[in-house]
Design a protein. Sequence first.
Length: 226
Amino acid sequence: MSQLIIPDVALVDNSEQRTPLVLVLDCSGSMHGEPINELNAGLQLLEKELKNDVIAAKRVRILVIQYGGNDQCSIIGDWCDAMDFTAPILEANGTTPTGQAVMVALDEIEAEKQRFRQAGVAYTRPWLFLMSDGAPTDLWEESAQVCRQAQKDQKVAMFPIMVDGASAQVMGEFSIAGLNGVKKLKGLQFKELFLWLSASMQVVSQSTPGGQAQLPSTDSWSTVSV
């Protein structure tokens, strides 16, 4: 029996095309202190910037997934339009189940796309934004392979972001571009990172589904990942 998908009221009330954005955020113990504080500040800035853009506020769809604890990942709230997004306050503890978190994100993306299709809402390619500051503590290799295949099938655009402590080689396994697809955060410049993400979402949300978009430079927050 196929699973019944309940229509999203926001998709009924607002038929604008959407750009889905999943934030998969490492909240393991090594993020405790200044890193998690800066991450939370960056999320608050993302909320503000997207809400201040009239088009992005209506078109960007956000879902936050945090991973940490005892090899656990959690979906924070439901998918929502940027105009309704409230930045969560994340806490750091536990391990780094990166593989599990990515699989949950890919499943959520496919479910959301099905809701779009049922509601007759057009959408651009979903973004999966993966941030980590450490090595995975779960069996991540299969999820990395599934993630690369999803990119090859043009089901998702993947953005692996390294914080100090993460492995470029591991993060590169989640991208079809390998190491070239990985960006390394300069120190704890999460605010600059989320300003770039907001600006990118503003550009992509105005693009035509299936078209090309020129993204802003990442120079303000990233370094070479290797």
